[in-house]
Design a protein around this ligand. Sequence first.
Ligand code: AMP
Ligand code: FE
Ligand code: FE
Ligand code: ZN
Length: 271
Amino acid sequence: MASDLHIHTTASDGKLTPEAIVAEAKEAGLSYIAITDHDTVRGLFSLEEKGLLSDKKLHIIPGVEFSIDLADREVHMLGYGIDFHCTALLERLKFLSNSRRGRFDRMIEKVRALGYDINREEVLNLVGAQGSLGRPHIARALVEKGYYSKMSDVFDSLLEKGRPGYEPHAKLTYPEVLEFIHLAGGKSVLAHPGMIGDEKIVAEIISAGVNGLEAYHPKHDDGMTRRYKELAQKHGLLVTGGSDYHAVKSRFPEQLGIFTVDDALAAAVVS
Ligand code: AMP
Ligand code: FE
Ligand code: FE
Ligand code: ZN
């Protein structure tokens, strides 16, 4: 049986609601899934309210994905098995979602100034955003309006770090992020380490006390996966993986169940 420990919903930049994700995961026969929205746990509250969080067949692991902006790199940190009612965590997430709103408005202003006819309300309506706001919402709106044919082109031209529409995230350090995750009783896992592009940063985060490495990720080649598995084993860390599913066409995987990991890895995260 298979599991997927990295999934986004409409609570951040995914296109499917948490409820639709649960239905699709069951359809795909997955054993464990983790909902890991950017800087928010509201998808988990939504599932809890509807009584969908505990299920005999499908284990749902509460998760979150933090962004850490370094001078010239971007690092993502996953938290697993967190107590998503933890007040300290919720306060921190509130600060992050507020700062994402300000950042979103500044990016819209930059993109407008470059001659694109968009505004905040229109973007929110076009993409049906209901939680953490981010660059993908702007990218999707520009595709919907016909300025670009795919989201990755918008990132390449406007939204990647260093491009003219980019705005940095709130300044969180990785020791702070590790502290929030651990405070909420969770395990910290460095997301897609191969995408950081700097092994010194990976080594520093291991020294700072991260609990695991996401070795399996669609953006990792076989060499990266092997290297991060070995690195995790060497330091006694968890090895995890997931599809980073956003339910967006043209971004692999386009459905759940195609990119999965062994159940044993998922079980270890919550043991
Ligand atoms: P943000 O959190 O607003 O900085 O946006 C980061 C998110 O944008 C990532 O988690 C990805 O989901 C998405 N993303 C990053 N680069 C690309 C790309 N080239 N094409 C499509 N989506 C991207
Ligand atoms: Fe994302
Ligand atoms: Fe990520
Ligand atoms: Zn992600």
